[in-house]
Design a protein around this ligand. Structure first.
Ligand SMILES: [Zn+2]
Length: 120
């Protein structure tokens, strides 16, 4: 393996665990939908999605709280006039926004009115 290949491989390994684009957020949402769990001890990816929903402020849905396993902290996404803005990344195109958009679509489609209904 050449030196350049090794550097490439290192870069790939560093990038893999982070969940940062809108698409990553969409993927993380689907992952979370498959288990909806919040299991800290088991470090297996399938049972521990990178992003986990913690709270939605029903009935207005202007705030969504997500736990980010990569950052190991909670992330707040504000929804103002239907447009999500991540308070952690100060952007509108991070993974947390992707997650929130998917979540909002699910809530609208299913007519959920509480956190319990989403987590069922
Ligand atoms: Zn974010």
């Amino acid at each position: 393996m050449s030196k350049r290949d090794k550097i490439k491989l290192n870069e790939l390994q560093i990038k893999t665990p982070k969940c940062e684009s809108l698409d990553d957020g969409t993927f993380a949402f689907l992952n979370w939908m498959n288990c909806k769990s919040f299991v800290r001890k088991d470090d297996h990816y399938i049972h521990n999605p990178p992003l986990i929903l913690k709270h939605v402020n029903f009935p207005y849905i202007t705030l969504v709280k997500i736990f980010d396993r990569f950052l190991n902290s909670d992330v707040i996404v504000d929804i103002v006039d239907g447009i999500p803005l991540c308070k952690s990344c100060i952007t509108d195109d991070c993974s947390h926004i992707g997650f929130t958009i998917c979540l909002k679509q699910l809530i609208d489609r299913e007519g959920f009115e509480s956190n319990e209904e989403i987590l069922k």
